[in-house]
Design a protein around this ligand. Structure first.
Ligand SMILES: Nc1ncnc2c1ncn2[C@@H]1O[C@H](COP(=O)(O)OP(=O)(O)OP(=O)(O)O)[C@@H](O)[C@H]1O
Ligand SMILES: [Mg+2]
Length: 402
């Protein structure tokens, strides 16, 4: 098996330094999981037919299947089926698969003695679970391996482990070794693929984390790639383009004290999206929004309205009015990434004379550096756009991590 340079460093550390905790953090698709899985298998094989326990931790059993077991099957050349206690047998040992995302997940690992663990996407796991698994790895020579993409620099995976790279135990054994990966470390990827990922990753935090693998807090304006000279077109230009729309859909963000918003987006047969209408008003009751939505339905047909699920009574009211109201996928950061990617790729255009509030929000919508989330202001039209695009584009997305 050939390894790239960074992976070789990880492997050498595993063989020679034998750290108790071995971490690979960094860019997406960089080769972190791949090298740690090899090391994990090598580790389990040291205890061949000893009937010991090992742990694989992931956000849920679906992500463990997609990110870990499928690759292990490929390497081992055999099918891995979970038994009733969610374990697989590897080299005559039991490897337990635990979902570790929740506050009570740690209880699964309680009372367990493990000779090693592999924790996939460590920032998606609950801190108490990570700590419990580490303390359960008490068998002599046990190793804990973790891979993760970067997040906020205050995340415990960074502060408690990565920042303690080089820490030694009293015995002199190395406790923690951490490696940083950038996308360019993985020379097994097709250069054209790398080029297209770089070109489509939004500027700012997304590029710093996903491409370079840095643990940075987000800062400043959220949609950094928005450029009024590129992303606005006029109704007249749109007319002249003779766009062949294959689909329309709408996004709905309820509001009373804050403005409420309904937007209409058209998708053409070339993969472009056009923001066609914005309706944004404050201090309006649901009857008003029903009227707006019925007007949209008259102009565009019986289209989907992807709605903020925070007001279920409004969603129900829309449905009673024979509007196709669907609860939107509201994952904030991934939703923003989707919209930002479309701006970066110049695939989302805004009909300038059909929007008003958008023009302010696009420059006022900013990150809260402390929380790593957007400041909840100037987000009303942008939220409805995000609900619409993120939910509509769901089936097209590359690799699900949820
Ligand atoms: N040494 C290698 N030889 C062959 N293929 C490799 C090697 N290292 C990585 N790959 C392949 O590159 C791709 C990305 O690797 P991997 O899944 O390990 O990345 P990752 O850093 O875990 O990414 P993510 O953060 O997205 O989970 C995979 O398809 C993997 O099989
Ligand atoms: Mg991975």
């Amino acid at each position: 098996m050939e390894l790239n340079k960074k992976q070789k460093e990880v492997w050498d550390s595993f063989i020679k330094e034998q750290p108790k905790i071995l971490i690979c953090s960094g860019a997406k698709r960089a080769g972190k999981t791949f090298v740690l899985l090899l090391a994990f298998l090598a580790h389990v094989s040291k205890y061949q037919n000893m009937g010991l326990n090992f742990v694989i931790g992931g956000a849920n059993l679906g992500t463990i299947r997609r990110n870990v077991l499928n690759d292990l099957e490929q390497i081992l050349g055999k099918e891995l089926k979970l038994n009733k206690s969610s374990a697989v047998e590897i080299f005559g040992n039991q490897v337990y698969c635990f979902d570790g995302a929740n506050a009570n997940s740690w209880k699964k690992a309680r009372g367990f003695t493990s000779a090693g663990a592999f924790l996939n996407e460590a920032t998606a796991l609950h801190d108490s679970f990570v700590k419990e698994v580490i303390s359960r790895c008490s068998y002599k020579g046990a190793v804990v391996m973790m891979d993760t993409n970067p997040e906020n620099p205050m995340h415990t995976v960074k502060t408690d482990y990565i920042d303690k790279d080089g820490q030694k135990l009293k015995s002199g054994r190395l406790n923690i070794r951490s490696f940083h990966f950038s996308l360019f470390d993985n020379n097994f990827l097709d250069p054209e693929y790398v080029e297209s990922i770089v070109a489509s990753t939004p500027s700012g935090m997304f590029t710093d984390r996903d491409i370079h693998g840095y643990w940075v807090a987000p800062e400043g304006v959220i949609y950094k790639d928005f450029n009024k000279d590129i992303h606005y077109i006029s109704s007249e230009e749109l007319e002249n383009r003779r766009v062949n729309f294959k689909k329309y859909f709408a996004g709905v963000d309820w509001g009373y004290d804050h403005p409420g918003s309904i937007v209409v987006i058209g998708q053409d047969d070339q993969g472009y999206f056009y923001l066609l209408e914005e309706h944004c008003k404050r201090h309006e009751e649901i009857d008003y929004w029903v009227k707006v939505a019925k007007g949209v339905k008259e102009r565009y047909g019986n289209i989907n309205f992807y709605c903020d699920s925070a007001r279920p009574e409004h969603v129900v009211r829309f449905r009673r009015e024979k509007l196709r109201a669907i609860n939107a996928d509201k994952a904030v950061v991934s939703g923003i990434e989707e919209v930002a990617r479309l701006f970066k790729q110049e695939q989302l255009l805004v009909v300038e004379d059909k929007v008003d509030r958008f023009k302010k929000e696009i420059f006022m919508y900013v990150w809260n550096q402390k929380t790593g989330e957007p400041v909840k202001e100037w987000d009303d039209v942008l939220d409805s756009i995000r609900y619409a695009l993120y939910t509509n584009n769901k089936p097209m997305r590359r690799k699900g991590k949820g």
